[in-house]
Design a protein around this ligand. Structure first.
Ligand code: EPS
Length: 341
């Protein structure tokens, strides 16, 4: 079974990720990981925090001479300026995890909640996801993502994106958006229809909803399918988004997620002090203007980890050399049917 865990706080010493059950013989270099971390860190819409984060990292286990060994993989990512002293605040930031977490854990200090709830943690997920992306790439499975809307803008060009972000920044406001994730080359038959939890759509939804700020999830035709006729829906394979009955059907996998606007506002947002119950203004100086571009990158990695798990369940194998011919044989076998449809 492929599984992973992360630990670490937004302003702690390091973020740590552990990936277990990953096969041996997959070449992964520091450059592969650095490239993916940079895509996440420098995605459009980032705030001032990213100017001083470098995401310096070390793979401390599971990799020998640039090749995975089959042992658990451990990655540590440094925070460039860890806090010496955690600030104390009795005021939860509206729209963040602060209030729910303060109530859940019975603490009056919102910093104890936001330090772990912060999207900084997704750097560890991206580092681990890079291993999964490498496995997929070597099996001919390709991931890509793009942002298809930013705030109310749907016809996105570089100019429109820069102008929308600059205008939001001037207003002290933030923007949400929608990203689309596409996976080409997945073998048919990953996932299962035998139990609800085994359905790949359910697993992918869980993986993508686990990304901070994701509030909506669609597969293929998604919400628009509700208004389509059955004939139109059944006879347009593109609308399935690559999944039927919780299994891949050989078509490209197409997923979309809605990402809410970052709730931390430079212009300030009204909240309540949980000790005095007096109104308080919370100003978030370092907030990102939008998280949607970074979330798209994170989603590639979160989905790659989930799909690597599904792939290993179907094909087994402790090393890439063992898995590769099995996937090739399966592609030949299923291709005989799929190519005639
Ligand atoms: C985040 C708030 C901002 C973001 C942070 C996520 O950081 P700060 O705590 O400095 O205001 O920059 O994202 C990252 C640091 C990162 O690497 O993604 C939040 O509240 O989720």
């Amino acid at each position: 079974m492929l599984r992973y865990l992360t630990a670490g706080e937004s302003h702690g010493e390091t973020l740590t990720g552990i990936l277990e059950g990953f096969p041996a013989g997959v070449p992964v270099t520091a450059a592969h990981i650095a490239t993916q971390l940079k895509r996440r860190r420098l995605a459009p819409g980032r705030g001032p925090r990213q100017a001083h984060e470098a995401d310096a990292f070390a793979v401390t286990a599971g990799l020998h001479k640039g090749m995975t060994t089959g042992a658990p993989i451990a990655v540590n990512i440094s925070n460039s300026r860890p806090l010496q002293k955690l600030p104390f605040s009795e005021v939860p930031r509206p729209g963040h995890a602060d209030l729910a977490g303060m109530i859940k854990y019975g603490v009056l200090n919102s910093a104890l909640i936001r330090e772990r709830a912060s999207a900084r943690e997704t750097a560890a997920r991206v580092a681990l996801g890079t291993f999964a992306l490498r496995l997929h790439a070597l099996l001919g499975i390709r991931f890509s993502s793009r942002v298809i809307s930013l705030g109310a803008n749907t016809a996105l060009t570089g100019k429109i994106i820069s102008a929308a972000l600059a205008a939001a920044r001037r207003r002290g406001d933030t923007l949400g958006g929608v990203f689309e994730l596409r996976v080409n080359g997945l073998p048919a038959g990953l996932g299962a229809c035998s139990q609800g939890a085994a359905r790949l759509g359910a697993r992918l939804a869980a993986a993508l909803f686990a990304i901070n700020s994701v509030k909506g999830f669609e597969v293929g035709g998604g919400f628009a399918l509700a208004a389509a006729g059955g004939r139109q829906a059944a006879q347009n394979p593109g609308l399935s988004g690559g999944l039927d009955g919780g299994m891949t059907n050989g078509a490209p996998l197409i997923l979309r997620c809605a990402v809410k606007p970052v709730p931390g506002l430079r212009a300030g947002a009204l909240s309540t002090n949980l000790k005095t119950f007096k109104q308080a203004l919370v100003i978030s100086k370092t907030s990102d203007t939008t998280a949607v571009f970074a979330a798209a990158v994170i989603a590639e990695h979160a989905a790659a980890l989930e799909l690597a798990g599904a792939l290993l369940e179907k094909f087994g194998g402790d090393s890439l050399d063992e898995i590769k011919p099995r996937v090739a044989q399966w592609r030949r076998q299923t291709g005989k049917v799929l190519s005639r449809l």
